[in-house]
Each structure stands twice: as C-alpha cells, then as structure tokens.
Design a protein around this ligand. Structure first.
Ligand code: HEM
Length: 124
C-alpha cells in the first residue's frame, strides 16, 4: 500500500519558501501586527517559521532539530495577541496562500490548518 503524501510533500520546500517570503513581507508592513516584529531580523523569523511549518505540515522535524521544542504558545506569550491580531495574521496567511501556483482545493486545505493553531496563540 502506498503511503499517503503529507501536506508538506504536496506543497514542497520551494512553495513553502515562496509562501513565507510573501507572508512576512505583508506581516512586516501590517498596521495591526507589524510593530510586534521589530526585534528579530525577517530572515531569522522566516527560517524559524519554515522549520516549524515543515514539521507542522507533516514533514521533517526541522524546528525541533534547530531550535528545540516548539512550545509555540509559550514563545508567543511576550507578545499581546488578541482576536484582532489573530484575524490579521490569518487574513495575511490566506492572501499569501492565494498567490501560490497550486490548485484551489489545495489552497483551502492548506489554509484550513491555521485557524485552530492561531486561536491557540491568543493570549489577551
Ligand atoms: C495569531 C496570530 C499570531 C501573531 C500575532 C504572531 C506573532 C508572532 C511574533 C510577534 C513572534 C516573534 C517575532 C520575533 O521574534 O520578533 C512570533 C514568532 C513565531 N510565530 Fe507567531 N504569531 C501568530 C500566530 C502564529 C501561528 C498560527 C504560528 C504557526 C502556525 C506561528 C508561528 C511562529 C513561529 C514558528 C515563531 C518563531 C518562534 C521562535 O522560535 O522564536 N505564529 N509570532
């Protein structure tokens, strides 16, 4: 029996990198959440998210290997994340996914991974 492809396999590293280039350009420009992203260089944040999403989407455990246990809620606690910040993050993710050259069903499947984990980061 064939092993089903993970979302990570279907997306591929090139698309994941493209997604994060677009996503963090928009995040850094955002009037709502951009100000939270001033302490770490964009390239470092992109690498952390690349490593995290690789494993979150079923691929290699890059974040654990490079940065240790994810503990994502804890890592977000210094940043005041309310519903408005969450909605902005999700809206930027959705519009960034939309720029990818992948079929529309897969865009929806990919986006559907994020609302629950984004809610988990809300801490205010
Ligand atoms: C809900 C809205 C969210 C906001 C406003 C937010 C904001 C932030 C901020 C301000 C940082 C730190 C940036 C810095 O170091 O300068 C960060 C780090 C990070 N975020 Fe989020 N985030 C959100 C949701 C998410 C979600 C849903 C994920 C994963 C699917 C995620 C993954 C990450 C990762 C991997 C890091 C790097 C952690 C580290 O190693 O330091 N974030 N986020």
């Amino acid at each position: 029996m064939e092993t089903p492809l993970t979302l990570y396999d279907r997306l591929g590293d090139d698309n994941l990198k493209k997604l994060l280039d677009t996503f963090y350009d928009k995040v850094f420009e955002s009037q709502v959440i951009g100000h939270m992203f001033k302490s770490t260089p964009k390239e470092v944040i992109k690498d952390k998210q690349f490593c995290f999403l690789s494993q979150f989407l079923g691929g290699p455990l890059r974040y654990n290997q490079k940065y240790g246990p994810p503990k994502m809620r804890m890592r977000h606690l210094p940043h005041p994340i309310d519903q408005a910040a969450k909605e902005e993050w999700l809206s930027i993710m959705k519009s960034s996914i939309d720029t990818l050259d992948i079929d529309s069903d897969f865009k929806e499947t990919l986006y559907a991974c994020f609302p629950n984990v984004a809610e988990f980061m809300v801490n205010r």
